[in-house]
Design a protein around this ligand. Structure first.
Ligand SMILES: Cc1cc2nc3c(=O)[nH]c(=O)nc-3n(C[C@H](O)[C@H](O)[C@H](O)COP(=O)(O)OP(=O)(O)OC[C@H]3O[C@@H](n4cnc5c(N)ncnc54)[C@H](O)[C@@H]3O)c2cc1C
Length: 395
């Protein structure tokens, strides 16, 4: 078992954890550092997604049901514990951690707010990793303006009939269940947006198509098109008109979660760069002994620590029951920008090898770049921050 304090960067988060939660984080660290780490990089270099077998192994380490109720096989872990597990994985593969997080979100929601029928049908296989879940809000015509979505769930006997295409679905190539937002038409016109658990199973009323992301296929992004796909009555989550509010309730926590993964991935990249520059020599001394290059690494560390402080501040507020809208947007914006910039610096600082298969840096770069879109683009985040300025910074 690794030492409890082997990475000081994460100590402030770990101080908020119970012993049981800390053990879970250390289990995740040990798991991620081994064959999983090699497998993630191997898949990236082969231009493939991470092998699906890992999902069952995530389940065996308790990662999938982290925040589910104990009665449902979970740990009832805190928000910061979930973040720390994701950070341990994001050090080895950001996309893998992102996929883990999406599924965990579905499991937590089911366990905490699912009806008895939803829990009976979906929860046990989801905790075991046999049924992967993800949220399906975005469509091909746009993701930022969710209120404009067009997928429809038309009332039919015993439930609804779903038609339309959902796009940019994390884990979309392997999910068995989706939390779908769709418009329920009514007599007056286009109707209101509702949300549902949509099981895919063996039905022939949907088809998936991979959204190719060269260098970042481990997100397993897909679009899924439904054609009169049946949704039973028990699968309703939020009634027409209530779904947007329900879905957006957790958006701040999701943003900080992504931001926390970004700082972990940049920490991993900087550690790799520092180690390499300590071992390689030029002009008779190690690269780090050259002041110009050492300052460049130092600059990355300055911004990384600043991003981490911002992320921790937001995470701590959420852990204590807060829902810091502006701070969460600031943390995600700054952490994503810093990680993209910092990983690129690390690649360049190493010389030509930085961009080669000898290092994990190109993979980190390709995957972290995608964080700039998911859970709010920079423009949407700045808009959110801007609208809160008068209350955040009163005279
Ligand atoms: C890796 C990854 C995983 C994802 N996973 C999921 C998932 O599991 N489920 C899901 O539903 N979606 C998912 N998404 C989709 C993601 O939520 C959308 O990409 C995001 O909401 C932005 O939507 P869009 O890409 O359609 O861009 P658009 O909404 O078309 O926006 C295009 C550009 O216009 C800008 N823009 C839009 N509106 C404004 C405005 N008012 N002011 C200024 N600028 C504006 C945007 O910032 C962006 O730069 C994922 C995306 C990625 C990259």
């Amino acid at each position: 078992m690794p030492s409890r304090s082997s990475i000081n960067f994460f100590q402030q988060y770990d101080r908020l954890l119970s012993n049981e939660e800390l053990d879970q984080v250390l289990r995740a660290r040990e798991f991620c550092e081994r064959a999983f780490s090699r497998s993630v990089l191997g898949a990236h270099l082969a231009g493939e997604a991470i092998p699906a077998e890992w999902i069952g192994k995530w389940a065996a380490t308790g990662m999938l049901g982290l925040q589910a109720q104990r009665a449902h096989g979970g740990l009832e872990a805190s928000y910061v514990c979930k973040i720390r597990v994701a950070q341990e994985m994001a050090r080895h593969g950001f996309a893998a951690a992102f996929c883990l997080n999406h599924h965990q979100g579905g499991v937590t929601r089911l366990s905490q707010t699912g009806t008895p029928a939803q829990i009976e049908h979906l929860l046990a296989p989801a905790v075991r990793g046999e049924l992967l879940l993800t949220t399906a809000m975005s469509e091909l015509s746009g993701g930022s303006d969710v209120s404009a979505l067009t997928a429809s769930a038309t009332p039919v006997a015993g439930g609804w009939s779903l038609s339309g295409t959902k796009a940019w679905l994390t884990n979309g190539m392997v999910v068995g269940g989706l939390i779908v937002l769709a418009r329920v038409p009514d007599a007056a016109g286009a109707g209101e947006i509702a949300s549902f658990y949509v099981s895919l199973g063996e039905a022939d009323t949907f088809h998936r198509k991979e959204i190719m992301l060269p260098g970042a296929r481990s997100f397993r992004l897909a679009e899924i098109t439904f054609s009169e796909h049946f949704i039973p009555e028990w699968a309703l989550i939020a009634a027409p008109g209530a779904a947007l509010k329900t879905s957006m309730a957790s958006v701040n926590a999701a943003r900080v979660h992504v931001a926390a993964m970004c700082v972990a991935t940049l920490h991993s990249a900087l550690s790799e760069a520092v180690a390499y520059c300590g071992g390689r020599h030029a002009f008779g001394k190690p690269l780090v002994a050259h002041q110009g290059l050492r300052w460049e690494l130092a600059e990355v560390s300055v911004r990384l620590e600043a991003a981490n402080a911002l992320v921790f501040s937001a995470a701590e507020q959420i852990q204590m029951g807060g829902n810091p809208m502006g701070l969460a947007a600031q943390a995600k914006k700054f952490a994503v920008d810093t990680a993209i910039w910092g990983i690129d610096q690390c690649i360049r600082i190493l010389g030509a090898t930085g961009a080669s298969a000898a290092h994990r840096l190109n993979m980190h770069y390709a995957e972290v770049r995608m964080a700039a879109y998911a859970d709010g683009t920079n423009e949407m985040l700045l808009d959110r921050i801007g609208r809160g300025l008068p209350s955040s910074y009163p005279t």
